[in-house]
Design a protein around this ligand. Sequence first.
Ligand code: NAD
Ligand code: DAU
Length: 356
Amino acid sequence: MNAKRTILITGGAGFIGSHVVRLFVNKYPDYRIINLDKLTYAGNLANLKDIEDKPNYAFVKGDICDYEGVREIIARNRVDGIIHLAAESHVDRSIKDPFLFARTNVLGTLTLLQVAREYWEPVGWEGKRFYHISTDEVYGSLEFDGSLFTEETKYQPHSPYSAAKASSDHFVRAYHDTYGMPTLVTNCSNNYGPYQFPEKLIPLFINNIRHRKPLPVYGKGENVRDWLYVEDHARAIDLIFHEGRVAETYNIGGSNEWRNIDLIRLTIRTTDRLLGRPEGVDEDLITFVTDRKGHDLRYAIDSSKLERELGWRPSLQFEEGIEKTVRWYLDNQEWLDNVTSGDYQKYYEDMYKGRG
Ligand code: NAD
Ligand code: DAU
């Protein structure tokens, strides 16, 4: 791979994307990092305030589904690597608007692939890389039996979100198998940390605890997720982009399974303590509501391939990561207030009407 590279990162104004952009801009001053983001409700340039003036960074507002626009960016900048994170990412929204998820996650990915192919194939694939960021949700759901998702687990998505992500993963692999494009796919578990949009469990609940608002727990709170600190995911993406074997899939996970209700109690205790309230006093905010439709029971990732081949493993203990995260949201109330706009509130009011 050449030392000077131009990398297009899509979705860089979102939660995980902003951590990836920050890491690449700071770590690789010789690279040019172009962040292509449509700035949907989930995209926020405030996430990148600290690096926006760096000489090796540029932001372009645009839609990954816009073929001509994407072509212009790739050709003008001679992009030789793509790290693709742009997506609609929230399962609850996918249940309400599946078409949007098919458009962005499937057609958007296909558009990027086809433009990259059009630009790269005539000059040769050497030094090129298309790295697609996917999710463990494509594997479906596990029982409470200790089994884990491996890279060989059959795809069995249940939600419109995971079905769209699964479809995009298949297109990426098809571009390798059919045209020889140097692709990579990674499937990661639930991320947490700073700059996550407060519709997702952890930031939503921290904000609600602070304001003493109800905490809507879906079903009985028995579902299990495998949580990974977002900077550990960004570190894995850096490693895999540079050293991962082309055409391979790598699972990325926290080896850190939590039942939702236990995670929620830990979040309450941590938030109470940092707010100077008696620990656990806000447990009475827990409100059991109607379950999410098609709610996957358990996700858990086996990331031993990544550890074996590239030496990656999560760096943070969960209790430490949660404390860091709660502290960040409490210290950045202005960021939270800015993203929790009136429209956002209305969306949730509508969503929870009749529940409980
Ligand atoms: P996010 O919703 O916080 O950010 C998505 C970003 O994509 C936003 O900045 C948004 O503006 C942008 N975007 C959406 N549609 C676009 C379009 N048509 N054109 C250009 N930009 C567009 O998402 P996230 O949680 O940071 O997830 C990023 C990626 O990682 C997604 O592909 C997601 O499937 C995957 N992933 C997320 C998690 C997680 O726990 N959050 C775990 C595994 C994988
Ligand atoms: O596993 C990776 C996936 O993790 C990513 O691909 C998705 O983009 C990301 O959103 C996340 O999906 P989840 O559906 O697991 O995350 P969410 O934060 O929405 O929910 C976590 C768990 O908490 C899930 O079991 C549903 C539950 N939940 C969620 C919310 C928002 C509640 O009980 N109440 C809530 O209000």
